[in-house]
Design a protein around this ligand. Structure first.
Ligand code: ZN
Length: 149
């Protein structure tokens, strides 16, 4: 009798922790005119994971109009842009193993789409985050704020 109750309790605990996981989806479009369709992402406190899907609605190839979505602390953003420039197109213009990069998608060209999922445990509530395209010369026009909590 006790054993049976114990197992029932475990199953209940498992079910409630699974219900608490919530992946919040964001869709962002990017264009041949070097724009993102959004300049602000509000991530609610209930989100345990964030999934960002980036779509390139243009026609130009990745070598001339590549776009990605990179997230860092606003204070690190310019330095990551610089480092991404020298990382090269083969590395998606993202410095490898750089822990200032919180999350990033791969670099895509016209007609392609890509996504990245990352846990909000990497974010602080009320932190100041900037997302941007790290293709050389793009971040000035292609950037926005991410707000968590
Ligand atoms: Zn770009």
């Amino acid at each position: 009798m006790m054993t049976r109750l114990f197992f029932a309790g475990c199953a209940l605990l498992f079910a409630s922790s699974a219900a608490m996981a919530e992946t919040c989806d964001f869709q962002i479009e990017s264009t041949d005119q070097m724009t993102y369709s959004t300049s602000e992402m509000k991530v609610g406190a209930e989100c345990t994971d964030v999934k960002v899907t980036l779509k390139h609605t243009g026609k130009l190839p990745v070598e001339s109009m590549g776009h990605n979505w990179v997230l860092s602390d606003t204070g690190d953003y310019q330095a990551v842009v610089q480092a991404g420039m020298s990382a090269g197109v083969e590395a998606d213009h993202v410095p490898e193993g750089d822990d200032r990069v919180i999350a990033n998608t791969e670099l895509i060209g016209g007609g392609e789409s890509t996504s990245v999922t990352f846990p909000t445990s990497d974010l602080k509530k009320g932190g100041d985050y900037t997302f941007f395209c790290s293709f050389p010369g793009h971040s000035g026009a292609m950037n926005g704020k991410l707000i968590f909590g």
